[in-house]
Design a protein around this ligand. Sequence first.
Ligand code: SF4
Length: 267
Amino acid sequence: MSLEPVCSPAPPSPVYGPVRSWRYGRSLGVDLLFQDSICSFDCVYCQLGRINRVVDRQEVFVPTARVLDALGRVAMDEVDWVTFSGNGEPTLALNIGEVLEAVRERHGKPTLVLTNSTWLFDAATRARLRSAAVIDCKLDAATDATLRRVNRPAPGITLERIITGIQAMRREPGFAGKLALQCMFLPATVGEARALADLIARIGPDEVQLNTPRRPKPRAWEVANRAGVRDGEQEGLVRLATITREQAAEIEGVLRERTDVPILSVY
Ligand code: SF4
């Protein structure tokens, strides 16, 4: 998703933006983790710069009342979507379901959850996400070796846990939203396109988003990174190796050959 800050309340706040998204218009960010960067992954390309707390444990990081209070101060007529991502993995927050429900009931806005898919194996987590309009599930790896190399998960997280979780979310009773897969390709993972296509066919998502890390990565975490950092905005940004346009087209061809899922490419 391409994000461009248009205005931002002074952090720290669990709500930020709205930011411009090429797919979702004016997107208000909800950050249920903002006290630190907290995730069950530590992806080599993470736009947060660095994950300070790599954990595989859920808790309430920001009280629901504080989040709802911040949401209540936003001019909602300037918001098209409410996006749950922020400073890490939003499904680690036990109160994500309450906040999703409140956004729908109080504000009537569609909600988007960006997840790394590591907690979708858990029935209670899936139930919390039922009211989301769209769930974008990360799937970068077709093998556990690549998962460890690219996503660098907390101990105990396996590819099988991720795949079965996404499949279960796809079938979750009461979830009527759209389920998309976000696949980040690096030059080192191009060779896995076929295996990944077969996993995608097993899952049968509504859409696949084919991506590569075209934005620079900050060297360190700071709360503002959650809205996306662009060239020239910070000192010492790190350029990452990306796949070429030709490689993206090749991967797209492989996906089209082995699945009938609509593909959205970053190129
Ligand atoms: S899952 Fe997202 S927040 Fe977590 S490390 Fe990867 S890119 Fe960063």
